[in-house]
Design a protein around this ligand. Structure first.
Ligand code: GSH
Length: 224
């Protein structure tokens, strides 16, 4: 009998990635909600290095970092619908673009949310717009606008769902349809997929959360 547990936090895109993958593979698991401001001994025991959720516990063994967890799930519960593409080049591209989202885009999104210095926020926004342009151009190259299949769509909820909510909380327009038509069309399509849609936190609840923990960017100043 397999024992699968997941430590998460409802508003975290990193946790929701894992939740989607487990649901997609039909894996039963026990969910343990963490308070990220007051971490449990269980979280600190199983992720002593990063001290972050998500943590997947499979028969008592911890796996951390959402991208690592997604690959672990894909390799452990093999079925007809692999998350990662089969073709080695496509797999490499999927890994490249997911790293791009987490290592290049996410730090700028974090600054936009949590740094209080407005100049840093404005620079982060400029940087993020340039990064999104690269993603936009990559999507243009893809004829069917399918991008890479399930894995990248799951990882990209940070852009396709969270960023839309965050920009509303910050009262700025980042993902404008006229500037990023491909990202916006791709976002509508991937967020519309039932296996993703059904597992996302409610938009109003997430928006209230970000309004509560972020400060509007240009209040009192002219908007960009
Ligand atoms: N690179 C990590 C990021 C995970 C992450 O940032 N988790 C946040 C919640 S959104 C967390 O646990 N934060 C607690 C902290 O930073 O102390 C992943 O992909 O799993």
């Amino acid at each position: 009998m397999e024992e699968v547990k997941l430590l998460g936090y409802w508003a975290s895109p990193f946790y929701v990635r894992v939740k989607i993958a487990l649901k997609l593979k039909g894996i039963q698991y026990e969910y343990m909600e963490e308070d990220v401001l007051n971490k449990s001994p269980t979280l600190l025991k199983y992720n002593p290095i990063h001290k972050k959720i998500p943590v997947l516990l499979h028969n008592g063994k911890p796996i951390v970092e959402s991208l690592v967890i997604l690959e672990y799930i894909d390799e452990t519960w093999k079925d007809d619908t692999p998350l990662l593409p089969k073709d080695p080049y496509q797999r490499a591209m999927a890994r490249f673009w997911t790293k791009f989202i987490d290592e290049k885009c996410y730090p700028e999104i974090r600054k936009l949310c949590y740094v209080s210095n407005n100049e840093v926020k404005v620079n982060a926004m400029g940087e993020l717009l340039q990064l999104l342009k690269l993603l936009e151009n990559e999507l243009i190259k893809d004829n069917n606008n399918n991008f890479f299949g399930g894995y990248i769509e799951i990882v990209s909820i940070l852009i396709t769902y969270w960023l839309g909510v965050i920009q509303e909380a910050l009262e700025v327009d980042i993902l404008k349809k006229e500037d990023f038509p491909n990202i916006c069309a791709w976002a509508d399509k991937s967020i519309g997929c039932s296996f993703i849609k059904e597992n996302l936190p409610r938009r109003e609840k997430l928006l209230a959360h970000y309004k509560n923990c972020t400060k509007p960017l240009f209040r009192g100043a002219s908007r960009i």
